[in-house]
Design a protein around this ligand. Structure first.
Ligand SMILES: NC(=O)C1=CN([C@@H]2O[C@H](COP(=O)(O)OP(=O)(O)OC[C@H]3O[C@@H](n4cnc5c(N)ncnc54)[C@H](O)[C@@H]3O)[C@@H](O)[C@H]2O)C=CC1
Ligand SMILES: O=C1O[C@H](CO)[C@@H](O)[C@@H]1O
Length: 338
């Protein structure tokens, strides 16, 4: 049976923040590209906004070897100059990486400079982790993910407490002169870590957002239930299973796609929208990006069938060595010093 396409740009979620009301598009464009993909990423963002009508861009200080925010900034500047959008129509998210866990203000200011913006719509703590600040002598920049040269182990700052980053973000957000951040949230937190933030009376504004890996193989049922109960909106990252898009090869997803004559990609995006989750896929294929416009109303049975994939055989795609200290992660994949 064919389904009527619905416009993604009309799907918005209200964030539970303590200042002015903030609405976030449910669909955003991911930008976790490599350092040698900056130009094409800039082009992809322009196509996403101009041709597909996407208004939400997810970026981070860490992406593109610390350079992607410059490409995002150039794309936004050109889109505004070309009168495709106004700044107010866009929703820009950036994140604080754990190598600046104790320098939220500095990290935000660097992001704003690179993005050529006066404010971001959403600022996230990227990971509940504290790294040592170590300068790479070759570049003069901080290592994003520092490792001990002898043991190859990630170098955490043992004096650090991950909640410090969120407390600093809370202070920025609630400072009487704040014009730089419209909403704050966290990423890669587990239920126990969210509980700690919610129970902390020194924190004025609880996270509006939790951004975590979420896809049919990792449906994060427990986290989503907890967030829904506590008014936290969930954004699913790596919705396609990250590089190579393995989720699009799952037979259950392809069966549903075939039944409606839509693509496996359409099925995944529609699954998120139906579940009231936000989603931020990435692509550098300009033809594909231009088509990121629609979602479809899947049936409850179809949603349940996709949910079952992760219940039967859960699998986490983003599980790097530095994540081994976190609840639910194993630290399976080795990350080099970068
Ligand atoms: N907060 C966090 O720690 C994290 C956040 N993110 C954010 O989430 C975004 C999305 O996650 P990613 O890991 O980048 O991966 P993703 O799950 O969006 O998959 C990207 C891959 O899918 C391919 N792809 C996209 N559309 C396709 C289509 N229609 N057909 C076939 N292949 C297709 C792309 O070429 C790429 O290889 C990131 O770009 C980043 O903005 C990602 C990882 C961690
Ligand atoms: O956002 C992120 O992207 C990388 C992997 O793609 C991950 O380490 C980080 O959280």
């Amino acid at each position: 049976m064919s389904l009527t396409p619905k416009l993604l740009k009309d799907a918005q979620i209200k964030l539970n923040n303590t200042h002015n009301p903030v609405f976030m598009p449910q669909f955003g464009f991911g930008t976790a590209a490599n350092a040698d993909e900056l130009e094409i990423n800039k082009e992809a963002i322009k196509v996403a906004v101009r041709d597909a009508g996407i208004r939400c861009i997810d970026t981070a200080r860490f992406y593109g070897g610390g350079k992607i925010e410059y490409a995002v900034g150039e794309a936004i500047e050109e889109l505004i100059k070309e009168k495709v959008v106004t700044r107010e129509e866009l929703f820009i998210t950036t994140k604080i990486w754990p190598n600046q866990w104790n320098k939220a203000q500095e990290s935000l200011d660097k992001s704003l400079k690179a993005l050529k913006l006066d404010y971001v719509d959403l600022l996230l703590q990227h990971w509940p982790i504290c790294f040592l600040e170590i300068v790479n002598p070759a570049t003069g920049e901080l290592y994003g993910t520092p490792h001990d040269e002898k043991t190859g182990k990630p170098l955490y700052d043992e004096t650090g407490d991950y909640i410090t980053t969120y407390k600093q973000m809370d202070a920025i957000y609630n400072s009487p002169n704040n014009t730089k951040v419209r909403a704050i949230g966290v990423s890669n937190y587990a239920v126990s870590q969210l509980e700690r933030v919610l129970a902390d009376d020194t924190i004025k504004t609880k996270p509006s957002i939790l951004q975590v890996e979420l896809n049919p193989q990792l449906n994060q049922e427990e986290l989503v239930k907890f967030c829904t109960k506590n008014g936290i909106v969930v954004i699913g990252y790596s919705p396609l299973g990250s590089t190579g898009a393995p989720i699009l090869k799952l037979p259950e997803v392809n069966e549903i796609a075939k039944a409606h004559d839509i693509t496996a990609y359409d099925v995944i995006v529609s699954w998120f929208i139906k579940k009231n989750l936000a989603v931020i896929p990435r692509s550098l294929n300009l033809q594909r990006v231009a088509k990121m416009k629609y979602y479809y109303d899947l049936t409850d049975d179809e949603v349940a069938k996709i949910d079952q994939i992760g219940i039967d055989k859960p699998y986490r795609h983003i599980d790097e060595d530095f994540t081994a200290i976190l609840p639910g992660f194993t630290g399976r994949v080795k990350t080099e010093n970068k």
